[in-house]
Design a protein around this ligand. Structure first.
Ligand code: C5J
Length: 227
């Protein structure tokens, strides 16, 4: 099928495409987490949740693969290099105890995906120690095993974990599309620049499109795929 996208229409089929939702966890979206510890206004990020819910519901209906990621470290922080931990807010670092438990640590309340986008049984949840979803996660192998070649991306933050993951995917040969209203940054100018840079130069990193274009394309599809 084909959907309207920038810089030109995006062609995909739902059996070989995964929806990848990056780091929609409380640490970034709610007050008291990592995003807030870094001094950001986290309320900016909530705005994308309704569009993401609509995409997730439509994608589930056609039986497409879903991947949720969380930026998460092991409780002993063995997967968090000092180069990462020692930057940011020195009084509330990764692993320190904040209002939603230990910051960016697996299993803590703040590390959970927000209820509005909670994973369903059968969906892949990936804990990633880096900004990119492919670093030290096995995601590439998981996608390859399912013959996934195309990725629809959303999540936060646009210029950090989303863009890093999209670039990693692009280098591994995936055809990637970033859903414009399903991604957000604490810095609106960074989001705008990221959208521009991924689709520039003939789609050097991939495509971007509003979620309405995807919903229009999916609306014509009957039934469910078998993955
Ligand atoms: C950041 C992310 N911004 N998920 N993580 O540190 O984008």
């Amino acid at each position: 099928m084909q959907m309207d996208a920038n810089p030109f229409p995006y062609v995909f089929d739902t059996a070989h495409t995964a929806l990848v939702l990056i780091d929609m966890q409380r640490d970034f979206i709610e007050p008291g987490g990592f995003g807030a510890a870094l001094g950001n206004d986290v309320r900016l990020l909530e705005a994308i949740v309704p569009a993401m819910q609509a995409v997730l519901a439509a994608w589930r209906q056609v039986g497409g693969a879903v991947v949720h990621t969380r930026e998460a470290h092991q409780p002993d922080l063995s997967d968090c290099p000092p180069a990462k931990r020692n930057r940011g807010n020195p009084s509330l670092r990764i692993g320190d105890v904040g209002p939603m438990g230990r910051i960016l640590v697996a299993g803590e309340p703040g590390n959970q995906i927000i209820d509005a986008l909670a994973p369903m049984p059968g969906e892949r949840v990936i804990d990633k120690p880096g900004k990119g979803a492919f670093y030290a996660t096995g995601l590439h192998e998981w996608l390859q095993a399912r013959r996934i070649t195309h990725l629809l991306l959303g999540g936060v933050t646009t210029e950090v974990c989303v863009q890093t993951s999209m670039r990693e995917a692009n280098d591994r040969g995936y055809e990637c599309l970033l859903l414009e209203d399903c991604t957000e940054s604490y810095f609106p100018a960074f989001k705008a620049s990221t959208l521009e840079m991924v689709r520039a130069q003939g789609g050097i990193v991939g495509w971007t499109a509003p979620s309405a274009a995807l919903l229009r394309a999916l609306a014509g599809l009957p039934g469910r795929n078998t993955l």
